[in-house]
Design a protein around this ligand. Structure first.
Ligand code: HEM
Length: 465
């Protein structure tokens, strides 16, 4: 009897689940939507997406083609894995395809954040941002600061076991703080960093405003950062000194074409720090990982950097010409970004009902412009799973249409060259000063973010020729 009841219970549960799944499918069966499945009410297919990662999307593509519907991370979503359509979406923001980042990100990064603004406001904020990272400023102000920072940050690492994940995270944050506000490693920068790390975690969490949640901590961190920044702005206004840094340019309203108020300045600073943080730190960590595993590539890279050092005195900083001469380094950075896929894709949302790829997409749906698979396309990148920086020595690969590592269209990464300059300078001091081996046993996760959950530990020793 007990067995019978258990079987009956199981059958009822299965019937209920299948009815629920069916109901959810029917709910979204609007005419003209692309094929695909919507999973469970509310949760959709988020669990499968997070657990199986790229394999889930590849399985769906095998069933439904490169343009299918799903329900992930709390939203009905179209996943586009078609390179042509992806390019079209990125190029056509004005047709109602605006950034579609999660609510927690928008709340915590602020309403003037670049991902939250569209149209002419976006153009203005982007212009202001580009004006503080121009070629001239990079050459005259930013690169000298990056060099000075890296030189100090990478000192005394020999004979130590280092968690390179932590070091590259600190590096990305502290280097941008120095460029933005000239703040050196000091007690302010460390308290700022603690708040910033909480802010980052908050943007990646569900927007649940309860005590103890990462979201609540992120919102609080934003308030603390605003208060630190407001005080800094006040002090600068009171001092009348001229500051040669990004904040100095943003505050110098008289000389600048862009007149931003304090709220806009603070949100722009948060945008800058946030956008360059994980991309630069993770690419640097993964470059260290791949170079460790590929001694020939490391040898070539080191040769390039030792040749630069030989042309200069030991204390001479890296300058713009040195940077331009780092061709193999640039190739290592691209190959690292490609193979590790630091950015899986970008999010957009529809601001109106629209036709896309022959389907009707309702207003408010999210579109996941999933670019990861292009990175492993054997026609573009023969032997795609091999780390082969030499493939990038042919410059045309960088300008091919499907090169979307830095995004595309009106939102293409404005910090590309700055990010490359930071990673290149980091690699310069790292490979000319040290050799290293992995301690071993550290796990690396590739999805949804590239990270080493327990850190990536390396034993560093002095480089002797
Ligand atoms: C290796 C380093 C980097 C990678 C791989 C990268 C990648 C990207 C990608 C894929 C986008 C497009 C996002 C979208 O379309 O929604 C983007 C946008 C952006 N990136 Fe980067 N990025 C890097 C470094 C940086 C740095 C150092 C900065 C700081 C200046 C920066 C600032 C931005 C900003 C502000 C945007 C938004 C642009 C807009 O919406 O108009 N990035 N980045």
């Amino acid at each position: 009897m007990a067995v019978f009841m258990a079987i009956l219970g199981l059958v009822l549960v299965l019937c209920f689940c299948s009815a629920l799944l069916r109901w959810n499918e029917v709910r979204y069966r609007k005419k003209g939507l692309p094929p695909g499945t919507m999973g469970w009410p509310l949760f959709g297919e988020t669990t499968e997406f997070l657990k199986q990662g790229p394999n889930f999307l590849k399985t769906q593509r095998a069933r439904y083609g490169s343009f299918f519907k799903s329900h992930i991370l709390g939203c009905p979503t179209i996943v586009s894995m078609d390179p042509e359509i992806n390019r079209y979406i990125l190029m056509n923001e004005s047709k109602g395809l605006v950034p579609g980042y999660p609510q927690s990100m928008l709340d915590i990064l602020g309403k003037c954040n670049i991902a939250a603004v569209h149209g002419s406001t976006h153009k203005y904020m982007r212009g202001a941002l580009l004006s503080i990272i121009s070629h001239t400023l990079m050459r005259d102000q930013l690169l000298p600061k990056i060099d000075e920072f890296m030189r100090a940050h990478l000192s005394n690492w020999d004979n130590q076991v280092i968690n390179i994940q932590d070091k590259t995270k600190e590096m990305a944050f502290l280097s941008s703080l120095k460029q933005i506000a000239g703040i050196e490693s000091s007690s302010i920068s460390y308290s700022f960093m603690t708040e910033f790390f909480k802010l980052v975690l908050g943007t990646l969490s569900l927007p649940i405003d309860l005590p103890g949640t990462n979201y609540r901590r992120g919102v609080q961190a934003r308030k603390n950062i605003i208060s630190i920044m407001s005080q800094l702005l006040e002090e600068r206004r009171a001092s009348k000194e001229i500051y040669q840094d990004m904040l100095g340019c943003l505050m110098g309203k008289d000389e600048s074409k862009y007149k931003l108020n304090d709220e806009e300045i603070i949100d722009l600073v948060i945008t800058l720090m946030y956008s360059g943080y994980e991309t630069v730190s993770t690419t640097s960590m993964m470059a260290v990982k791949y170079l460790h595993d590929h001694p020939k590539a490391l040898e070539e890279l080191r040769k390039e950097h030792l040749a630069i050092r030989e042309r200069k005195g030991t204390v001479d900083p890296i300058d713009y010409n040195d940077l331009k001469s780092m061709r193999f380094t640039r190739a290592v950075i691209f190959e690292t970004s490609r193979l590790a896929t630091i950015v899986n894709g970008v999010l957009r949302k529809t601001t109106r009902d629209m036709e896309l790829n022959g389907y009707l997409i309702p207003k408010g749906w999210r579109i996941y412009v999933y670019t990861r698979e292009i990175n492993y396309d054997p026609f573009l990148y023969p032997d795609p799973l091999t780390f082969n920086p030499w493939r990038w020595m042919d410059k045309s690969l960088e300008s091919q249409n499907y090169f979307l590592i830095f995004g595309g269209g009106t939102r293409q990464c404005p910090g590309k060259e700055l990010g490359i300059a930071e990673i290149s300078t980091f690699l310069h001091y790292f490979v000319t000063r040290y050799r290293w081996e992995e301690v071993g046993g550290d796990k690396l996760m590739k999805f949804p973010r590239v990270e080493a959950p327990n850190g990536l530990h390396i034993r560093v020793s002095h480089l002797t020729n």
